[in-house]
Design a protein. Structure first.
Length: 153
């Protein structure tokens, strides 16, 4: 009888411990952190939101020039290489959808965007200007907007 009681208590304790571990695992499964960055100059705004869900990054990048058509898009396939993020940028501007490689350099609590995609020799487009990519990722320049950390709204 003693052995039966001891075995029963051990089984109960083990099952409780396993359930506690499962709850901890479930809590860790869905950790999402969101960070936002903004650049505003002469009423033009660039807004970036990055979401990290279990080390999978996704994002939103919007170019919102004052009194002009904006470029609204999402970042996907984001990869970090040192202090640089590389991503595909799927965006829409004036009803035209495009898919372009994008890069941004993290510096302290901000990101500096590349502007290579705006007509430099290090960036190439297909004939319809809807798909773009870097010619040489080692020659990317980061002279675009600097986006500083802000509260996500």
């Amino acid at each position: 009888m003693k052995y039966f009681i001891i075995v029963t208590w051990v089984m109960i304790l083990c099952s409780c411990q396993n359930e506690a571990n499962k709850k901890d695992d479930r809590k860790n499964e869905h950790q999402v952190t969101t960070s936002c960055y903004v650049s505003a100059f002469n009423q033009d705004t660039v807004w970036l939101q990055l979401k990290d869900s279990n080390n999978v990054l996704t994002g939103i990048l919007n170019y919102l020039p004052y009194e002009k058509d904006g470029q609204i898009g999402t970042l996907y396939n984001i990869k970090r290489s040192g202090d640089t993020l590389f991503a595909m940028y799927q965006s829409t501007q004036e009803g035209q959808e495009s898919f372009c490689e994008m890069a941004m350099l993290q510096k302290n609590n901000s990101y500096i965007l590349t502007n290579d995609m705006w007509g430099t020799s290090n960036y190439t487009y297909d004939s319809s200007y809807t798909h773009g990519k870097f010619v040489d990722k080692n020659k990317i320049t980061f002279k675009g907007d600097t986006l500083t950390a802000t509260n996500c709204k």
